[in-house]
Design a protein around this ligand. Structure first.
Ligand code: SAH
Ligand code: DHB
Ligand code: MG
Length: 222
Protein backbone atom coordinates (compact mmCIF):
# COMPACT_ATOMS: atom_id res chain seq x y z
CA UNK A 1 0.00 0.00 0.00
CA UNK A 2 1.23 3.44 -0.87
CA UNK A 3 0.96 6.98 0.35
CA UNK A 4 -0.93 7.72 -2.86
CA UNK A 5 -3.63 5.19 -1.95
CA UNK A 6 -3.84 6.39 1.66
CA UNK A 7 -4.16 9.98 0.46
CA UNK A 8 -6.92 9.00 -1.98
CA UNK A 9 -8.91 7.45 0.86
CA UNK A 10 -8.37 10.53 3.05
CA UNK A 11 -9.64 12.65 0.18
CA UNK A 12 -12.63 10.36 -0.33
CA UNK A 13 -13.69 10.55 3.31
CA UNK A 14 -12.90 14.24 3.56
CA UNK A 15 -15.32 14.87 0.71
CA UNK A 16 -17.99 12.70 2.32
CA UNK A 17 -17.66 13.85 5.91
CA UNK A 18 -15.90 17.22 5.93
CA UNK A 19 -17.56 19.72 3.60
CA UNK A 20 -15.38 22.54 2.23
CA UNK A 21 -14.50 24.74 5.17
CA UNK A 22 -13.20 28.18 4.25
CA UNK A 23 -12.03 28.90 7.81
CA UNK A 24 -9.80 25.84 8.01
CA UNK A 25 -8.64 26.30 4.43
CA UNK A 26 -7.73 29.91 5.27
CA UNK A 27 -5.67 28.67 8.23
CA UNK A 28 -3.76 26.24 6.00
CA UNK A 29 -3.30 28.80 3.20
CA UNK A 30 -1.91 31.41 5.59
CA UNK A 31 0.37 28.85 7.19
CA UNK A 32 1.70 27.77 3.78
CA UNK A 33 2.20 31.34 2.66
CA UNK A 34 4.22 32.05 5.79
CA UNK A 35 6.21 28.88 5.09
CA UNK A 36 5.26 27.11 8.27
CA UNK A 37 6.00 23.38 8.03
CA UNK A 38 2.96 21.36 6.85
CA UNK A 39 2.98 19.19 9.97
CA UNK A 40 -0.56 20.01 11.09
CA UNK A 41 -2.89 17.07 11.67
CA UNK A 42 -4.92 15.90 8.65
CA UNK A 43 -8.54 17.04 8.31
CA UNK A 44 -9.98 13.69 9.38
CA UNK A 45 -7.65 13.65 12.38
CA UNK A 46 -8.61 17.20 13.31
CA UNK A 47 -12.24 16.18 13.19
CA UNK A 48 -11.47 13.14 15.32
CA UNK A 49 -9.93 15.45 17.93
CA UNK A 50 -13.06 17.61 17.82
CA UNK A 51 -15.34 14.59 18.26
CA UNK A 52 -13.25 13.27 21.16
CA UNK A 53 -13.53 16.67 22.84
CA UNK A 54 -17.30 16.62 22.28
CA UNK A 55 -17.57 13.07 23.68
CA UNK A 56 -15.67 14.33 26.70
CA UNK A 57 -17.94 17.38 26.98
CA UNK A 58 -14.69 19.26 27.34
CA UNK A 59 -14.92 22.80 28.68
CA UNK A 60 -11.21 23.24 29.22
CA UNK A 61 -8.67 22.06 26.65
CA UNK A 62 -4.86 22.34 26.71
CA UNK A 63 -2.82 22.02 23.53
CA UNK A 64 0.97 21.81 23.49
CA UNK A 65 2.25 22.82 20.01
CA UNK A 66 0.06 25.36 18.16
CA UNK A 67 1.81 25.83 14.79
CA UNK A 68 -0.70 27.81 12.65
CA UNK A 69 -3.66 26.93 14.85
CA UNK A 70 -5.17 24.27 12.58
CA UNK A 71 -5.72 21.59 15.25
CA UNK A 72 -6.50 24.42 17.67
CA UNK A 73 -9.50 25.47 15.56
CA UNK A 74 -10.83 21.90 15.34
CA UNK A 75 -10.53 21.45 19.11
CA UNK A 76 -11.91 24.88 20.02
CA UNK A 77 -14.98 24.23 17.88
CA UNK A 78 -15.94 21.48 20.32
CA UNK A 79 -16.12 23.95 23.22
CA UNK A 80 -19.44 25.19 24.58
CA UNK A 81 -20.05 28.89 25.29
CA UNK A 82 -17.71 29.89 28.07
CA UNK A 83 -15.30 27.06 27.21
CA UNK A 84 -11.57 27.72 27.04
CA UNK A 85 -8.57 26.38 25.17
CA UNK A 86 -5.00 27.28 26.10
CA UNK A 87 -2.41 26.48 23.44
CA UNK A 88 1.36 26.63 23.99
CA UNK A 89 3.80 27.58 21.23
CA UNK A 90 7.54 28.25 21.22
CA UNK A 91 7.85 30.22 17.97
CA UNK A 92 6.54 33.80 18.03
CA UNK A 93 6.02 33.65 14.26
CA UNK A 94 3.82 30.53 14.53
CA UNK A 95 1.84 32.10 17.36
CA UNK A 96 1.23 35.26 15.31
CA UNK A 97 -0.09 33.29 12.33
CA UNK A 98 -2.20 31.13 14.64
CA UNK A 99 -3.67 34.19 16.38
CA UNK A 100 -4.81 35.60 13.07
CA UNK A 101 -6.24 32.23 11.96
CA UNK A 102 -8.08 31.80 15.25
CA UNK A 103 -9.49 35.32 14.97
CA UNK A 104 -10.66 34.58 11.44
CA UNK A 105 -12.37 31.47 12.83
CA UNK A 106 -14.25 33.62 15.34
CA UNK A 107 -12.64 31.76 18.23
CA UNK A 108 -10.51 34.49 19.82
CA UNK A 109 -12.70 34.66 22.93
CA UNK A 110 -12.18 30.96 23.62
CA UNK A 111 -8.51 30.53 22.73
CA UNK A 112 -5.47 31.81 24.57
CA UNK A 113 -2.02 31.38 23.02
CA UNK A 114 0.96 31.38 25.35
CA UNK A 115 4.32 31.88 23.70
CA UNK A 116 7.49 30.31 25.06
CA UNK A 117 9.08 26.93 25.63
CA UNK A 118 6.44 24.54 26.98
CA UNK A 119 8.94 23.45 29.63
CA UNK A 120 8.36 26.94 31.08
CA UNK A 121 4.75 27.68 30.18
CA UNK A 122 3.51 24.35 31.63
CA UNK A 123 4.98 24.89 35.12
CA UNK A 124 3.66 28.46 34.96
CA UNK A 125 0.14 27.08 34.51
CA UNK A 126 0.60 24.79 37.51
CA UNK A 127 1.94 27.70 39.58
CA UNK A 128 -1.08 29.83 38.65
CA UNK A 129 -3.28 27.06 39.99
CA UNK A 130 -5.46 26.87 36.87
CA UNK A 131 -8.41 24.46 36.97
CA UNK A 132 -7.75 20.96 35.63
CA UNK A 133 -8.14 20.44 31.88
CA UNK A 134 -10.69 17.99 30.48
CA UNK A 135 -8.60 17.14 27.41
CA UNK A 136 -4.91 17.66 26.65
CA UNK A 137 -3.33 17.32 23.19
CA UNK A 138 0.45 16.92 23.15
CA UNK A 139 1.92 17.77 19.72
CA UNK A 140 5.07 19.91 20.21
CA UNK A 141 8.76 18.89 19.91
CA UNK A 142 9.05 15.15 20.47
CA UNK A 143 12.08 15.18 22.84
CA UNK A 144 9.92 17.28 25.15
CA UNK A 145 7.08 14.73 25.33
CA UNK A 146 8.23 12.98 28.56
CA UNK A 147 8.31 16.28 30.39
CA UNK A 148 5.10 17.54 28.81
CA UNK A 149 3.35 14.36 29.87
CA UNK A 150 4.44 14.80 33.49
CA UNK A 151 3.18 18.39 33.57
CA UNK A 152 -0.02 17.28 31.82
CA UNK A 153 -0.67 14.80 34.64
CA UNK A 154 -0.35 17.66 37.13
CA UNK A 155 -2.88 19.66 35.10
CA UNK A 156 -5.35 16.74 34.99
CA UNK A 157 -8.18 15.35 37.09
CA UNK A 158 -9.68 11.89 37.21
CA UNK A 159 -11.24 11.45 33.76
CA UNK A 160 -8.99 13.82 31.83
CA UNK A 161 -8.18 12.56 28.32
CA UNK A 162 -4.59 12.95 27.15
CA UNK A 163 -3.81 12.48 23.44
CA UNK A 164 -0.29 12.50 21.96
CA UNK A 165 0.42 12.81 18.24
CA UNK A 166 3.20 11.16 16.22
CA UNK A 167 3.87 8.11 18.39
CA UNK A 168 4.62 5.76 15.47
CA UNK A 169 6.78 7.74 13.01
CA UNK A 170 6.80 5.34 10.05
CA UNK A 171 7.12 2.48 12.52
CA UNK A 172 10.54 3.73 13.62
CA UNK A 173 9.25 3.79 17.20
CA UNK A 174 10.23 0.09 17.50
CA UNK A 175 13.81 0.84 16.45
CA UNK A 176 15.70 1.06 19.73
CA UNK A 177 18.79 2.24 17.89
CA UNK A 178 17.15 5.06 15.91
CA UNK A 179 19.36 8.14 15.73
CA UNK A 180 16.31 10.36 15.23
CA UNK A 181 15.82 12.41 18.40
CA UNK A 182 12.10 12.57 17.64
CA UNK A 183 11.87 8.78 17.70
CA UNK A 184 13.93 8.62 20.90
CA UNK A 185 11.70 11.32 22.36
CA UNK A 186 8.63 9.16 21.74
CA UNK A 187 10.37 6.10 23.19
CA UNK A 188 11.27 8.05 26.34
CA UNK A 189 7.68 9.31 26.51
CA UNK A 190 6.43 5.73 26.32
CA UNK A 191 8.63 4.79 29.28
CA UNK A 192 7.23 7.59 31.39
CA UNK A 193 3.67 6.73 30.34
CA UNK A 194 4.02 3.06 31.22
CA UNK A 195 5.38 3.95 34.68
CA UNK A 196 2.41 6.21 35.40
CA UNK A 197 -0.16 4.00 37.10
CA UNK A 198 -2.80 6.75 36.97
CA UNK A 199 -2.85 6.78 33.17
CA UNK A 200 -4.61 4.08 31.18
CA UNK A 201 -3.69 4.36 27.50
CA UNK A 202 -3.67 2.75 24.10
CA UNK A 203 -1.84 3.56 20.86
CA UNK A 204 -3.38 3.52 17.40
CA UNK A 205 -1.42 3.47 14.13
CA UNK A 206 -2.71 5.69 11.35
CA UNK A 207 -2.07 6.05 7.61
CA UNK A 208 -3.25 8.82 5.33
CA UNK A 209 -2.23 11.93 3.46
CA UNK A 210 0.32 12.66 6.21
CA UNK A 211 1.95 9.25 5.87
CA UNK A 212 2.25 6.53 8.52
CA UNK A 213 2.10 7.59 12.15
CA UNK A 214 -0.19 7.26 15.15
CA UNK A 215 -1.81 8.58 18.29
CA UNK A 216 -1.56 7.64 21.93
CA UNK A 217 -4.84 8.19 23.73
CA UNK A 218 -5.54 7.59 27.37
CA UNK A 219 -7.55 8.52 30.41
CA UNK A 220 -6.34 9.71 33.80
CA UNK A 221 -7.75 7.28 36.35
CA UNK A 222 -7.02 8.93 39.63
N1 SAH B 1 -0.85 20.96 16.63
C1 SAH B 1 -0.50 21.54 15.34
C2 SAH B 1 0.88 21.10 14.89
C3 SAH B 1 1.97 21.41 15.86
S1 SAH B 1 3.57 21.25 15.12
C4 SAH B 1 -1.54 21.09 14.31
O1 SAH B 1 -1.80 19.88 14.21
O2 SAH B 1 -2.08 21.95 13.59
C5 SAH B 1 4.60 21.44 16.51
C6 SAH B 1 4.68 22.86 17.06
O3 SAH B 1 5.36 22.79 18.32
C7 SAH B 1 5.48 23.82 16.18
O4 SAH B 1 4.75 24.99 15.91
C8 SAH B 1 6.71 24.15 17.01
O5 SAH B 1 7.19 25.47 16.87
C9 SAH B 1 6.18 23.93 18.42
N2 SAH B 1 7.24 23.72 19.41
C10 SAH B 1 8.49 23.21 19.19
N3 SAH B 1 9.18 23.20 20.32
C11 SAH B 1 8.39 23.70 21.28
C12 SAH B 1 8.54 23.95 22.68
N4 SAH B 1 9.69 23.67 23.30
N5 SAH B 1 7.52 24.48 23.36
C13 SAH B 1 6.34 24.76 22.72
N6 SAH B 1 6.13 24.53 21.42
C14 SAH B 1 7.14 24.02 20.71
C1 DHB C 1 6.62 16.41 12.89
C2 DHB C 1 5.91 16.92 13.94
C3 DHB C 1 4.55 16.71 14.02
O1 DHB C 1 3.81 17.17 15.08
C4 DHB C 1 3.87 16.02 13.04
O2 DHB C 1 2.52 15.82 13.18
C5 DHB C 1 4.57 15.52 11.96
C6 DHB C 1 5.94 15.72 11.88
C7 DHB C 1 8.08 16.62 12.81
O3 DHB C 1 8.62 17.30 13.69
O4 DHB C 1 8.70 16.08 11.91
MG1 MG D 1 1.93 16.21 15.19
Amino acid sequence: MSLERWAAVDEYYSKLLMPPDTVLQHALDRSNKAELPAINVAANQGKMLMILAQMQRAQRILEIGTLGGYSTIWLARALPDGGKLITLEYEQKHADIARENIKHAGLSDKVEIRVGPAAQTLPALVKEGVAAFDLIFIDADKPGYPEYFEWSMKLSREGTIIIADNVVRDGEVVNQKSDDERVQGIRAFNEVVTKEKRFNATAIQTVGCKGYDGFMIGIVTG
